[in-house]
Ligand binder design. Structure first.
Ligand code: COI
Length: 355
């Protein structure tokens, strides 16, 4: 991409790269040398800058801290086979979704050139941080928050847009055990579930912790009104293979339009696999589990890509799913997605953005 925006750049004095251990890298605890920041003031994005990664001064009165006026995205970059390029997976989809979230949270639109050029400039500068180890990647976290100094409630005027980068290992190290949640709610009709708003995640921590105390890793969220239909799992979209059909809850305003979800569905359709995007009731799921018709269950999201579900709990009963090596579809789609992301397979849908 030809750079047209002016992005100032202040380099770190001493890189932390050489002292970072990439051999056993956890998810989300290590950050690269630099970060990107831009300020929205008087209706315009200004002061586009790359600066050393670190804490930043924020007013204690900022509505982001008090009222959760904050949205984010997640993407990943991988090294190309020759190590010369960074391959970013479907960043334009994240840009579009960030603006859907911005609209819902009364925040300004981020122009495509601001999103893409800041991403390219930051990754270009910190490209040495892209891990080459199997199962690792560079997690990219764009986010925007209200920066007003005002604790009244109103649409904010000032905002900050930032991007930070984190070399990461796998999100889940083992297949997950999940419990169908029929009391707590992640998102409701008319709420913010379809937006990647910080509060959706903050509010989900407590119910997830209760499930973790019972030995599960995460929850299967059900709809907020009746708790009769499954919606998502943990921070991911939810998918099943039942009777050889790939089934996933259809999008609604309480389900996030995941980019991994979309990619899995597009690959399945490309391979001729029958796909159904529709409501899936808890009753239907439990019946299919009891009859042994659920061949596969998994979460699909940027952080984990595919998280195999090995066990589903419902009303005190646990249903074990077939062994992971028998999950023909999930294993195939995971391998193909990883290969496309790393430039090892052709990219027929033009998903890869090269920096
Ligand atoms: C994702 O997998 O896409 C997520 O949003 C996970 C993130 C909250 C760590």
């Amino acid at each position: 991409m030809v750079e047209t925006l002016r992005i100032s750049s202040t380099r770190i004095k001493e890189s932390r790269l050489a002292s970072t251990d990439f051999s056993n890298i956890p998810f989300g605890k290590v950050f690269t040398d630099h970060m990107f920041m831009a300020d929205y003031r008087a209706g315009e994005w200004k002061n586009l800058r790359i600066i050393p990664y670190g804490n930043m001064p924020t007013s204690p009165a900022t509505p982001a801290l008090h009222y959760g006026q904050s949205i984010f995205e997640g993407m990943k970059a991988y090294p190309s086979a020759n190590g010369k390029e960074a391959l970013v997976f479907r960043p334009l989809e994240n840009w579009k979704r960030m603006n859907v979230s911005a609209e819902r949270m009364c925040m300004p639109h981020i122009p495509e050139d601001l999103f893409m050029e800041s991403l390219a400039a930051l990754i270009d500068l910190d490209r040495g941080w892209i891990p080459t180890e199997e199962g690792s990647s560079l997690y990219i976290r764009p986010f925007m928050f209200s920066a007003d100094e005002f604790i009244g409630i109103r649409p904010s005027l000032d905002f900050t847009f930032m991007i930070i980068l984190s070399p990461v290992g796998p999100y889940y190290s083992t297949p997950v055990k999940v419990k169908i949640e029929t009391h707590y709610t992640r998102a409701v009709e008319g709420g913010t579930g379809y937006a990647k708003a910080g509060g959706n995640y903050g509010g989900a921590i407590y119910p997830a912790k209760l499930a973790q105390d019972q030995g599960y890793h995460q929850l299967i969220w059900t709809d907020g009104k009746t708790h009769e239909y499954v919606e998502e799992s943990g921070t991911m979209n939810l998918m099943f293979v039942i009777d050889n059909v790939l089934v996933t809850p259809g999008l609604s305003d309480s389900i996030l339009a995941g980019i991994t979800r979309k990619s899995v569905l597009e690959l399945a359709q490309h391979w001729g696999m029958p796909v159904e995007e529709r409501r899936i009731s808890v009753i239907e799921l439990v019946e299919a589990l009891e009859q042994g018709r659920v061949q596969e269950a998994f979460g699909a999201g940027t952080a984990a890509t595919i998280a195999h579900i090995e066990l589903i709990g419902h009303e005190g009963k646990n249903y074990s799913l077939p062994p992971i090596d028998q999950r023909l579809f999930a294993n195939k789609v995971l391998t193909e997605l990883e290969n496309i992301k790393r430039g090892k397979s052709p990219d027929p849908f033009e998903w890869i953005y090269r920096i």
